[in-house]
Design a protein around this ligand. Sequence first.
Ligand code: FE2
Ligand code: FE2
Length: 189
Amino acid sequence: MSINREEAMELLLKYNETDALIKHALQVEAAMMHFAKYFEEDVEKWGVVGLCHDLDYEKYPKEHCKKTREILEAEGWPEEYIRAIVSHGWGTCSEEKPESLMEKVLYTVDELTGIINAACLLRPSKSVLDLNLKSLNKKFKDKKFAAGCDRDIILTGLEMLDMDKNIVFEETIKGLQERAEICGLKGEL
Ligand SMILES: [Fe+2]
Ligand SMILES: [Fe+2]
């Protein structure tokens, strides 16, 4: 059984109304879809997992991940999707460690898209379309910038993926560029 984007979107909007959270969901979705293509995996599945990864955060911040499991189980979602979503909170709100490729990518791009979003908002263009790797690396090194985005989680994710930081950063930027309009990062370009 698989979940399509329409169902996932409906569920996202049932539990979330804050613009920033919906935008974050769409950005993580964009990155996940891009990496699914990159690894020749199931684009819709990876996208859906990205879109709903923070499903419970607006209404149940203290039960983050746990509540999502409950909701998705009640909705009859396959365990593969639920486990992937819950494992993004490994070490902070979940004991399920990212194991599959999809889970490791989600774990890594969640915080990374947060830094990219913050970096875009500071640009004159407010856009991801003219953001490059060099300026992302600068923002990544500056720990005071978007301090809520945990650099150690990203570094741990890169280790799990056994991938070069610059490749992952570049591909994540590309993913957000491909869906810039949908995920609110087109800015004025
Ligand atoms: Fe989360
Ligand atoms: Fe998130």
